[in-house]
Design a protein around this ligand. Structure first.
Ligand code: TXA
Ligand code: MG
Length: 300
């Protein structure tokens, strides 16, 4: 079953039921080494699934839950090994979307849910996106409209004395650091088993992507070349481009995040030779946007 959250749509299963979780891996063609996020409907439920909730964890939960922050903590045995890909930790999140919260509170188990897209592809921010790329695999899609945040949750590990940012997302690094102080950046590598979702090529459209350096001039299309453009704000120099997508009328990064994945999907469906993407400032949610754009541009 797919359901809306404030970040992206999730493909949910009972997180305490190994067979149900296995179906999620199969539907997404997700490799078994990539663990799922476990969603809960109440902060208090967290202590049923993790062994240690220290002061930092409570400060972050009290500040950002419900919301787009996922915390990686030492797990209790009740969470099946399949869900956490055999790791000794579990990723926990309490979403703020009213439909997700209602769902979580209507059932008596936590819900393991990755983004509802085939492994490696762009995450869905509408019910239609889920149907388009996973339709045959999903029995039920709850349509809650477009996801307001538009990029996935921030994943932050609290398993070491210093917190580690494993994936930038809807809650910004600046926001987290204002609550618990300096956070170390996790290295995005092909081999880091702590957060397999940090695989370099991920969130990737099928069309080749060229990510422009900040301030770089737009390349001009060659004769007959079908180029697409994804820009933060409107620009007047996109002559000869077959298709352009503007993320925000006034360059607002929150708007841009909310529109990012739908724009990437439209460009991917437009039969283009290549998509040129403008860099955005790497502050606030711009960090999550640039992270997804770099992955979209990376090819294995
Ligand atoms: O916004 C979101 O987080 C969405 C919605 C549906 O909640 N979910 C989502 O799930 O993006 P998914 O599976 O696409 O990404 C989960 C990320 C992956 O990068 C995964 O490697 C990481 O969280 N993760 C999960 N469990 C982990 C663990 N125990 N340790 C480290 N990283 C973990
Ligand atoms: Mg995903």
């Amino acid at each position: 079953m797919a359901f809306p959250t404030e970040t992206v749509y999730g493909l949910g299963a009972n997180a305490l039921n190994e067979k149900a979780a296995a179906k999620v891996f199969a539907a997404k063609k997700r490799p078994a080494f990539d663990p799922l996020i476990v969603h809960i409907g109440d902060k208090e439920a967290a202590s049923q699934y993790v062994t240690a909730l220290d002061k930092r964890a409570w400060q972050l939960m009290d500040t950002f839950w419900p919301g787009a922050l996922t915390l990686v903590l030492p797990k209790r045995p009740i969470i099946p090994a399949l869900v956490t890909a055999g790791l000794g930790t579990v990723a926990l999140r309490m979403p703020s979307h009213p439909v997700a919260l209602a769902l979580l509170r209507a059932v008596d188990f936590p819900i393991a849910a990755p983004s509802a897209n085939p492994f490696g592809y762009v995450s869905p921010t509408t019910a239609r996106h889920v149907r388009d790329s996973l339709g045959d695999e999903v029995g039920l899609i709850i349509d809650g409209g477009p996801c307001p945040v538009g990029v996935e949750s921030t994943v932050c590990a609290l398993t070491e004395p210093q917190a580690v940012l494993l994936r930038p997302g809807g809650v910004t690094l600046e926001q987290i650091e204002s609550v618990i102080g300096p956070v170390r950046m996790g290295e995005p590598t092909q081999t880091d088993r702590r957060s397999p979702g940090t695989l370099l090529s991920h969130y990737a459209p099928r069309v080749p992507v060229l990510l422009l350096k900040p301030g770089a001039a737009l390349p001009q299309p060659k004769a007959g070349e079908r180029l697409g453009l994804l820009s933060l704000a409107p620009r007047s120099d996109a002559r000869g481009y077959t298709r352009t997508e503007v993320l925000s009328a006034d360059g607002n990064l929150l708007d841009a995040a909310a529109h990012l994945f739908a724009a990437l999907r439209r460009l991917d469906a437009a039969g283009l030779d290549r998509v040129v993407i403008e860099s955005v400032p790497e502050t606030g949610i711009g960090r999550a946007i640039m992270d997804r754009l770099r992955r979209a541009a990376a090819r294995d």
